[in-house]
Design a binder for this molecule. Structure first.
Ligand code: HEM
Length: 406
């Protein structure tokens, strides 16, 4: 079996990748994709193993080099990647230990489960404010609720001014397009421009908070000292941008993908009645249709082997989360959406060094959002079939139009 059925640029694949992902997974744990020049990792055990294996990394040399950040062969036409590269090179997602450990250990103090639990009342308040403004006769769950809710939560936590959330969303959308496998030249240019503007804006905010400290994460990062000394300004700027972007994109798409699945599978009643708690429902939302479908790793050392297959140093692996989350070796009836399943073995938040720093926050936000919607809108139906954003890696809907009228 070769990876020919892996067609992330095909509209039909994007609409429903799961039959092709099942075919790939059941053919082998590791499938070579000639088109993309990487190994597809298809099964749960192997995806998990890759995430925990220190012989694999996000970048070839421990440091992000410009070539690692130019994901696409066809985009060599763009001559100046500097603003994009300047942001990405210090991103936790692009670093490996020891740089990664130094920055992550600082940031993670703000994201411990206890610190996150303390945010519950404030997040509930935000969810309530957002949901009271919804028109019960028809609203778009993405634009009218999930996006404004999630961006406000992360902006408040960081201490970013709330009147800037629309601008933050625009920058974030432009930058994350670069995580797709084949961004166009236009998308790359937009991402480069957005990175430059975003970095300048964050830089000014950090400078201002250093002059006039307030009680928020941007101030804390701005003043942070490590054993090795202060975080550098570029490191702080990259970290703030990563948190602002990662802090809402996947959460919003989990809400869209997951609520669509709940409504389509006639499972809303179970949540509304309390037969299934919102906290439990969230785990199936995360497993069923992961908002992040693919993550890459480079093989850093010779002698690496996966599922009996030796893989040369310098090769690339692409872990398929959607395939792993429906692996029958781990989940019973994986192709059935069971809102009460409550199985946390899904791979949606990753594992190992880069395990999602925001997982406790994402879980709490989703729990609160589902709970809020269930108490306000006991009847929910789709008014139209939601359309997919034309992208595979970041999987979501353009809009999810719901009504409470039957
Ligand atoms: C449902 C929502 C979310 C999902 C599915 C998700 C998923 C992920 C995954 C899979 C990774 C690992 C990437 C890799 O292995 O290369 C990751 C990393 C990360 N996530 Fe999330 N995430 C979510 C929400 C959040 C939120 C709310 C934040 C808030 C700050 C956040 C911050 C981060 C950060 C900072 C990293 C990088 C960690 C590192 O490299 O050490 N995420 N996320």
């Amino acid at each position: 079996m070769t990876g020919e059925s892996f067609k992330p640029n095909d509209a039909a694949f994007v609409v429903d990748p799961y039959p092709a992902l099942a075919e790939l997974r059941e053919s082998a744990p590791l499938v070579w994709s000639e088109d993309f020049d990487f190994w597809l990792v298809t099964r749960h055990a192997e995806v998990l193993a890759c995430q925990r294996d220190r012989r694999l990394g996000r970048v070839t040399g421990g440091h992000a080099a410009p070539n690692d950040l130019r994901p696409i062969k066809t985009l060599q036409t763009i001559s100046d990647w500097t603003p994009y590269y300047d942001v990405e090179r210090h991103s936790l997602l692009m670093l490996e230990p020891p740089e990664h450990t130094r920055i992550r250990s600082l940031v993670s103090r703000a994201f411990t489960p206890k610190r996150i639990r303390e945010l519950r009342p404030a997040i509930e308040q935000t969810a309530e404010t957002m949901s009271t403004s919804l028109d019960p006769s028809g609203f778009d769950l993405i634009a009218d609720f999930a996006q404004p809710f999630s961006i406000r939560v992360i902006a408040k936590l960081l201490g970013a001014p709330l009147d800037s959330v629309d601008q933050l969303l625009a920058w974030s959308h432009a930058i994350v397009k670069m995580y797709e496998l084949d961004p166009t030249e236009q998308q790359a240019e937009a991402a480069i421009r957005a990175s430059g503007e975003f970095a300048e804006w964050v830089g000014e905010l950090v400078a201002q908070r250093r002059r006039e400290p307030t009680d928020d994460l941007i101030t804390a990062l701005g003043l942070a000292e490590t054993e090795e000394g202060r975080l550098t300004l570029p490191e702080i700027v990259s970290t703030v941008i990563l948190l602002l972007n990662a802090g809402h994109e996947a959460t919003v798409n989990t809400m869209g993908n997951g609520m669509t699945a709940i409504v389509r599978n006639d499972s809303w009643d179970q949540v509304v009645s309390g037969a299934v708690s919102s906290e439990v429902a969230v785990e199936e939302m995360l497993r069923w249709d992961a908002p992040l479908q693919l993550f890459e790793r480079w093989v850093l050392q010779d002698g690496f082997e996966l599922a009996g297959q030796p893989i040369r140093a310098g090769s690339k692996l692409a872990m398929l989360f959607g395939a792993a989350n429906r692996d029958p070796r781990v989940f019973e009836n994986p192709y059935r959406f069971e809102v009460g399943r409550g199985d946390r073995n899904h791979i949606t938040f990753g594992a190992g060094t880069h395990f999602c720093l925001g997982a406790p926050l994402a879980r709490l936000e989703l729990d609160i959002a589902v709970n809020e919607l269930a108490s306000r809108f006991p009847n929910l139906t789709l008014t139209s079939d939601p359309e997919r954003v034309p992208a595979f890696v970041i999987r979501g809907y353009q809009a999810v139009n719901l009504t409470t009228e039957t």
